[in-house]
Design a protein around this ligand. Sequence first.
Ligand SMILES: Cc1cc2nc3c(=O)[nH]c(=O)nc-3n(C[C@H](O)[C@H](O)[C@H](O)COP(=O)(O)O)c2cc1C
Ligand code: SF4
Length: 425
Amino acid sequence: MKKHTLLLFKNRRPGECVFLEEYRRQGGYTALVKALKQMDPAAVRDVVKASGLRGRGGAGFPTGVKWSFFPSEQPGQKYLVCNGDEMEPGTYKDRQLLEADPHQLVEGMILAAYAMQIPTGFIFIRYAYRQAMHNLERAIAEASQAGLLGQNILGSGFSFDLHVHGSAGRYILGEETALLNGLEGKRANPRSKPPFPAVRGLFGKPTTVNNVETLANIPHIILGGADWFASLAYTEKGAGTKLYGLSGHLERTECHELPIGITLGDLITEYGGGVWKGRTFKACLPGGASTPFLTAEHLAVPLDYEALEQVGSRLGTGGVTVFDDHTCMVAATLNLNRFFARESCGWCTPCRDGLPMVSWLLEKIEQGQGTLDDLDMLRGQVRNINGRSFCALAMGAMGPVESLLRLFEEELVDHIRRGRCPLAN
Ligand SMILES: Cc1cc2nc3c(=O)[nH]c(=O)nc-3n(C[C@H](O)[C@H](O)[C@H](O)COP(=O)(O)O)c2cc1C
Ligand code: SF4
């Protein structure tokens, strides 16, 4: 294994959590001191922009660019919201950060709030993450007591209050505008954009929503600088490290912090211990359940935003789920699609009615009752749902289905010709 720099998992120890004293011993809150004493808010925004950090919540939008749209100079109430909803199947990286090192997120949020001159923050967290919630509440209390949070932080004149809010526990709550409705106590339907949250967000005020991993990177960027952060990636266009959460048919399923751009093959063999039970690699989801499948021909592809887009997939959340050669890809896709159909908020027809239709077609094919016309219907559904739904949930749901049709057409046809699943025992 090549040696590489750890930022986010620097303090992580299995089954333990780092609280204030140890976090400070390891250099924690020195980025905050540096920013408050030596940098004005615009300088913090500039270094984040120059670092090339991209949002780790799934869409990969450049964080500094998002922050530059924010009306930082506008007086009055503004909000910073940390998205810790994390309900995408195969994704569990934010939980690792929150359970191991909650002060890292708290420091990242104070820095982000300072950069955008935001007085109030919320951490919106998956309802099942009780340990993480508990750790965060303790970290917030410790930071407040130490004068690192609250009024007039470290005598700088900047004030920031931070609150933890438990999610109601549906996947759609991770979509940033549905999340804002949820935080307001309303039904979690997504809002139409524009206006974007930076213009009209929580309670109608300018709001920035960022992912846990995104915000946890900020102290490291402030301390190490933009060029250093960018140089951590293995690829030229990449920047920083990424948490890759391994799951599925591997010998070892753990979450690793690695440079952006490690290849899929290296991740699987060196860190996942290879495909389990001596079997061979058939496919994987490279970035959570809403990313198109990759196959063995993609093992040399670097896991970064551009390279994955070039091969028709996405880095998404970095949740890598591996499928061995005993897997029926129709059944695997059906399983994923059932999740998305169940989690649809029901607001718009292509998603509410289209996803159950896709599940029905996949189930018919899997049970050996499909026809070649069903394949055309499936293609039609993908076309119909993509780009026609109100939010990205339905489009994400089509990622695996579209790639099933593109990469595993033979397997689909085989089901139809044989009148049964070729891989069923
Ligand atoms: C259905 C759906 C679920 C999502 N779930 C999450 C989530 O759990 N956590 C997250 O950070 N982003 C999630 N996102 C993406 C957010 O809408 C948003 O892009 C992200 O929080 C922005 O943060 P970032 O720029 O730091 O990535 C989801 C998006 C969709 C469409
Ligand atoms: S795409 Fe699905 S989840 Fe999104 S608004 Fe439409 S029905 Fe709701």
